[in-house]
Design a protein around this ligand. Sequence first.
Ligand code: ADP
Ligand code: ASP
Ligand code: MG
Length: 476
Amino acid sequence: MKFGGSSVADASRIKSVADIVISRAENEKTAPVVVVSAMKGVTDILLSAASAAESGDSLYKELVQDLKQKHHQAVKDLVSDNSIGVTLLIDIDAILGELAEILHGVELVKECSPRTGDLISGFGERLSSLLLAAHINDRGVPSEAVDAREIIRTDDAHGRAAVDFEVSGELIRKRMDTETGNPTGKSVSGDSRIFVVTGFIASTSQGVATTLGRNGSDYTASILGAALDAGSVEIWTDVDGILTADPRIVPEAWVIDEISFQEAMELSFFGAEVIHPFTLRPVIEKNLPVFIKNTMNPSAPGTRIARTSAPKDRPITGIASVDDVSMITIEGGGMVGMPGIASRIFASVARTGANIIMITQASSEHSVCLVCRREEAAIAAAGLEKDLSDTLHSGIIRSIRLNDGLEIIAVIGENMQGQPGLSGKLFSALGDIGVNILAIAQGSTELNISFVIKGDDKKTAITAIHRAFLSQRPRG
Ligand code: ADP
Ligand code: ASP
Ligand code: MG
């Protein structure tokens, strides 16, 4: 059971989380393994403190004080037992003391490397896991906070480290097994403790702190679920499930009761932040269902992500979007039929580390378009200018252009397969409201049609598509 930042935003939310977890443990006679994010906003504060310290701004000291006050207040509201409270305050102050020392180091060396950034940004989860475990203990149910750096092993790609599943699996099973006497985390006698594991953070084999990327606590939960052969993974958040579109953009979006692994992966990859894009990787093979549930509305059924297929009456399943992307257009008549050009383009982009979200090629216009996040696109375009300078001089490539301020919209759904006329309806819905489409891509599986528009057109475009395809809420 993973609870996100808004689910642990303050003491009253943390109490609701404990209600859900404890009643699950009691009713089902199982001890769920719990994963928590940092309290809402804390990871952002930590990153601001790191950049303030790096630039010699003493604001970072105030930010550490704010964090101290926030967590001390939560202890006051969550723990009544004196000895639990004293121990918790000592632990919290030790962690914040360590944070202040590291930030002071950053101020002195005037540098915050990605490695140090990972160390700093993970402090929030260390604090929130202690808070929740102490509160559960305070209510008379045995609970223990676990630092995921002990049990999730990654490489050293700081900012978004890659998980070593084999080693992590062994560490996870060993850690949970010693305490519960049962590798599944399930309590046979009903007396096992509830582990509260830090989301988001991990470590290398050298013990260096890493992170799984922003929003990565969802991924932590599925790594644990797969390693422990759990019956299911539950992601508890602040909405009733996966909706047909981002509810902040389309208020009339509705909850999808059931969705396939593939469709949910496409939606998350294309920006539906309700789950981290890697969350489903560890569970698909094991066919472990994932539920998205609302901490503020626990009786709502939520969304079930599983091996399933979309109801046939549903033309599309959902719409997602990626903000603030840029398009690199490489153009030139000499590229046509010239072997090796594409591989040079992709090798050049790969060297810069930029992640390509979308690719299109139009042979009649002799162009290749690559879409990346803005900062990565600028670096990739500069790399291409350099690596392809010979072809620019010889005229094989005429130009390499960079367009900023764009948006990718992705329309997702298994039922789009073999549905003639669907793209026609899609693009005429956009044409009717005067939205210009700059590039289009469709995978051969027809699970996804994605296209690029100007960022300013985002809301009108998504609203129009929702109205054209998803205005009929399924009954029941
Ligand atoms: P948490 O803090 O629980 O991890 P997130 O903020 O990461 O929560 O993700 C939940 C948010 O994702 C929702 O509040 C919603 O605004 C946003 N969101 C974007 N697209 C979707 C979608 N298709 N369905 C549901 N929520 C979405
Ligand atoms: N606290 C981390 C973040 O804000 C991880 C998470 O919330 O999932 O990105
Ligand atoms: Mg999240």
